[in-house]
Design a protein around this ligand. Structure first.
Ligand code: PMP
Length: 461
């Protein structure tokens, strides 16, 4: 077989891809018929494909390339670490400097007394850790009956059996055996889509109070934890009403329920603070982290826990751990990523410069005839496409039809913007400049115009 390289014709790469590579969350037959876009390199906020076309990455990969592509420092650190100690584990009375240094740095950055880290390779693994951890915690405290975890419909917490069970994605559950026992879901605080005539503040309170109702239904002595993303990401960048999180916090405190904030997307600057919990005023007992921890340059995630949770778990042997927990190369790269974020003031850049700039342009898209809701917090935003803004109406077509058209028009205009149903979502690299934000908005507007024209032509309005 000839060497497969960037220099091969695109069609040949696509054919080999279709023959051997199974893509995640993809109908691979449909993809094979169209051919996957082959990404060959990237720099800053731009991707380049095998045809030499530059694409503005409005999603930072999968919400992860927070410091942008092409940072040589991270490549240098990885290479140095691979030469010095490419791998060792932290089981069996051993440790190594990258894991020590990264855990200490995370403890410094995380709010309150979230001072202890259990490492994983990504968000799904870290959330699986959380399921095991909260149950082991309550057992160790002499309350083994507390094993139920409450989550939310349309939440995303990962794709393994445990983390997908925590998630509230019905299409995932429908493919078999999920949710696993003792995981229950309450409704999401999605006012634009589900709030009807209720005022947003009242709706936020009502949705939070579903947690209290669930605790009372299952019994306080049976409920271990509540898990949620500070701002839902993969569910469509859904920002809860301001009343929601304070009420959730009150309920978790009142009933002694551990609060898990899944910061896999919100963490490491995306919302304009180091953690989304700070932006939303949450005091979690456990935080899930991944993605922006290494800006996606290496697969690494983890669970950060408070002094109290750690003290309980440290008193037992917690029978859990991954071969790659605290992988030295991944840890060294994550540490360098955080160092760069600090040195370059990237969180401050988000908070003071680029997020306010982008927010102004993003919210102005509400003038577009197709756009209803324009939500944005920091560098994560969404647009609800609608045939009738005032009524916050859904399209008559199957959910996602118009969103998919819009995503295709974005693709054609060299912008990566995803759709979740008929919501369009962005999560660009945090290092974006105002000029690059202008280009994002320009391309998004063109894609919206083309979508509108097509929707009108095809009688889909
Ligand atoms: N939690 C959240 C909030 C996420 O958005 C994701 C990934 N999109 C995950 C967990 C799962 O992370 P991973 O894909 O690294 O397993």
């Amino acid at each position: 077989m000839p060497a497969i390289t960037n220099h091969m014709p695109t069609a040949e790469l696509q054919a080999l891809d279709a023959a051997h590579h199974m893509h995640p969350f993809t109908n691979n037959d449909e993809l094979a018929a169209k051919g996957a876009r082959v990404i060959t390199r990237a720099k800053g906020v731009y991707l380049t494909d095998s045809e030499g076309v530059e694409i503005l990455d409005g999603m930072a990969g999968l919400w992860c390339v927070n410091i942008g592509y092409g940072r040589e420092e991270l490549a240098d650190v990885a290479s140095r670490q691979m030469r010095e100690l490419p791998y060792y584990n932290t089981f069996f009375q051993t440790t190594h400097v990258p894991a020590i240094a990264l855990a200490a740095k995370i403890a410094e950055k995380a709010p309150g007394d979230l001072n202890h880290v259990f490492f994983a390779s990504g968000g799904s693994e870290a959330n699986d850790t959380n399921i095991r951890m909260v149950r082991a915690y309550w057992q160790a405290k002499g309350k083994p009956g507390k094993s139920i975890i409450i989550s939310r419909k349309n939440a995303y917490h990962g794709t393994s059996m445990g983390s997908a069970s925590l998630g509230g994605m019905s299409a995932m559950h429908a493919q078999g055996g999920m949710p696993i026992p003792d995981i229950h879901h309450i409704n999401q605080p999605y006012w634009w889509g589900e709030g009807g005539d209720t005022a947003p503040e009242d709706f936020g309170l009502a949705r939070a109070q579903e947690l209290e109702a669930a605790i009372l239904q299952y019994g306080e002595d049976k409920v271990a934890a509540f898990i949620a993303e500070p701002i839902q990401g993969a569910g469509g960048v859904i920002v809860p009403p301001a009343t929601y999180w304070p009420e959730i916090q009150r309920i978790c405190d009142k009933y002694e329920i551990l609060l898990i904030a899944d910061e896999v997307i919100c963490g490491f600057g995306r919302t304009g603070n180091w953690f989304g919990s700070e932006t939303m005023g949450i005091r979690p007992d456990i935080m899930t982290i991944a993605k922006g921890l290494s800006s996606g340059y290496q697969p690494i995630g983890g669970s950060i826990v408070t002094d109290e949770v750690a003290a309980v778990l440290d008193s037992i042997e917690f029978n859990h751990g991954y071969t790659y927990s605290g992988h030295p190369v991944a840890a060294a790269v994550a540490l360098e990523n955080i160092r760069i974020m600090e040195e370059e003031g990237i969180v401050e850049h988000v908070r003071d410069v680029i997020a306010p700039y982008l927010a102004e342009k993003w919210t102005a898209l509400a003038d577009h005839p197709l756009v209803g809701d324009t939500s944005i917090v920091g560098m994560m935003g969404s647009l609800a496409l609608t045939p009738d803004k005032a009524a916050r109406a859904k399209f008559a077509s199957e959910a996602g039809t118009i969103g998919y058209i819009c995503r295709e028009r974005c693709f054609a205009n060299n912008l990566v913007m995803r759709h979740v149903g008929d919501r369009m979502i962005i999560s660009p690299p945090l290092v974006m400049t105002p000029g690059e934000a202008d280009i994002l908005i320009e391309r998004a507007t063109r894609a919206l115009d083309e979508t509108y024209a097509r929707v009108k032509d095809e009688g889909l309005l």
